[in-house]
Design a binder for this molecule. Sequence first.
Ligand code: PNS
Length: 161
Amino acid sequence: MARALCPGSFDPVTNGHVDVIERAARYFEGVVVAVIRNPSKNPMFTLEERTAMLSEALSGLENVEISSFDGLLVDHARQLGISLVVKGLRAVSDFEYELQMAQMNARLAPELDTMFVTATPEWAFLSSSLVKEVARYGGRVEGLVPKGVESALGQILVNRR
Ligand code: PNS
C-alpha cells in the first residue's frame, strides 16, 4: 500500500494525533497529514499555526508530510492520488460519526476506503477541545501535547491577559 491520508482540524495537534500518525507511518510507505483550512468550529489557531505545530511534532518521521485543504476531503484525496484515509478512534462515540463520514466519503468517491486505528488507552480521553479548555482556565497541558503546542497555548493566554 503506497500512501495514506490522515485528515483533521488539528486545532491544535495533541499527543493522541501524533500517536495515530506515527502508527500509520509504520504501515504505509508514506502518510500525508491533511489539515482542513476552515474547520466547522471556529479554530483557535490559524492554518499556518496548526501546520507549523504539526511539522515540528512530526519532524522525526521521514515518511510523513503535511498538506492543507479546503472543501471536500475526497477532492483532496483525488488530487493527491491517495485512496486510503486513516483515522483514530477513541471510543464508540467517535465511531458513530466516523462511520457516517467514511460512508459518505465512499459514496462520493467509491475508490476511497477508510481504516481506523484504535487510540492508545493513554490518550483515549484526549481531545483538542479539552486541551484548549484546560489551557484557557490555566490548567496544565504538559505531557498531553507536543512541546511547541504547549508554548503556543501559553503564549495565547499571556497575550489575552
Ligand atoms: O479533526 P476533525 O475535526 O475530526 O476532522 C474532521 C475532518 C476535517 C476530517 C472532516 O470534517 C472533513 O473531512 N471535512 C471536509 C469536508 C468533507 O469532506 N465533508 C464530507 C465528509 S462526510
